[in-house]
Design a protein around this ligand. Structure first.
Ligand code: PLP
Length: 344
């Protein structure tokens, strides 16, 4: 099976497993796990923030950030395609009492005017208080898109001018860094809190690291305990993340090249319309084959290549990662080509 379902599928490499087995460990909750402490410091430096905290998942990074930035009844402005809105089980409402106000962006990106229109005027008792802007990079359901840096900064500046904090879901920020050449710390300077995921393209089994000011991270530790995310000998996991920082960032360029090859191949197949990729995701439309996404995915899986649904009736997502190479992409294209030829 050639598995293009998600970059979450990556398995720890032998070298990563070795680093995990050798990790020095201690009690994380007492801040005595040296490897976790080192990871937090590495990510804080990478992102140019004073502090960072290791968490078991990206979803928990987002949920803790919402909890720290907002009070119950506050509003957060966010694009309608983002993970926080669609794939976190209503956590913003359930865990923090936060109301999400969505923007209809394009590929998960929007303008300063779109943002301004979504921010509630202050000075009346009837309206919710707009407290937070949530951004996503790369935009996942938006197509693995990378915000143009100037647009990202302008939107962040406008939010801050209006008194909002800015949180970045940077699950795949490092893909954006590799694709754009803009360092992580420059994106991070536009944000009050942000995190990167280690269990996606970076290839570690578990974990995200959330960064921000010393006060923000001190508050985040309270909710890490409250949400059940405080750990013990987490150095075994942090060692995998440190290994990923050292060995798996530059190679994201290979995933991007494989995505481009996949896009070019798909575009040459009659009946398929593919969206041009910027990073490691290729979204494509299969209505030209007379199929919907579910039917296409089932048929492709049967034939040996797995895709995921792409948020749309006939939109399919393919994600390249550490465990697929150029030969796998060629094979996947052959399979899809045969499948399409049988339909049109
Ligand atoms: C995967 C993902 C998350 C959640 O991360 P987990 O580590 O799976 O909890 C959040 N945001 C985006 C954009 C993601 O792709």
């Amino acid at each position: 099976m050639i598995d293009l379902f998600s970059d979450t599928l990556t398995k720890p490499s032998p070298a990563m497993r070795h680093a995990m087995a050798e990790a020095e460990v201690g009690d994380e909750q007492k801040r005595e796990d040296p490897t976790t402490n080192r990871l937090q410091q590495r990510v804080a430096e990478l992102l140019g923030k004073p502090a960072a905290v290791f968490l078991p998942s990206g979803a928990m990074c987002n949920q803790i950030a919402l909890r720290v930035h907002c009070r119950q009844g506050d509003e957060a402005v966010i694009d309608r395609s983002y993970h926080i809105v669609n794939f976190e089980v209503g956590g913003a409402a359930a865990l923090s009492g936060v109301q999400l106000r969505t923007i209809d962006g394009e590929r998960g990106m929007f303008s300063v005017d779109d943002l301004k229109a979504a921010i509630r005027p202050r000075g009346t008792l009837h309206l919710p208080l707009t407290k937070l802007l949530c951004l996503e990079q790369t935009t996942n359901m938006g197509g693995g898109g990378v915000w143009p840096f100037e647009q990202f900064r302008a939107v962040s500046d406008a939010a801050r001018d209006a008194g909002l904090a800015v949180h970045l879901d940077g699950a795949r920020l490092m893909n954006a860094v590799v694709a754009s050449g803009v360092p992580a710390s420059e994106w991070a300077a536009c944000c009050d809190s942000l995190w990167i995921d280690f269990s996606k393209g970076l290839g570690a089994p578990v974990g995200g690291v959330l960064a921000g000011s010393a006060e923000f991270i001190a508050e985040s530790w309270r909710f890490k305990h409250q949400f059940g995310g405080a750990l013990r000998q987490s150095g075994i996991l942090a060692a995998a993340c440190i290994h990923a920082l050292d060995h798996h960032i530059d190679r994201l360029a290979d995933d991007h090249a494989n995505a481009r090859a996949l896009y070019q191949g798909l575009s040459a197949i009659p009946g398929i319309r593919a969206e041009e990729p910027e990073t490691n995701m290729v979204f494509f439309h299969v209505d030209g084959l007379g199929m919907d996404a579910a039917g296409f995915i089932a048929a492709a899986t049967q034939a040996g290549v797995r895709f995921s649904p792409g948020a749309g009736p006939a939109r399919v997502r393919a994600v390249t990662h550490l465990d697929v190479d150029a030969a796998d992409i060629a094979k996947a294209l052959e399979i899809v080509g045969d499948l399409a030829a049988a339909r049109v």
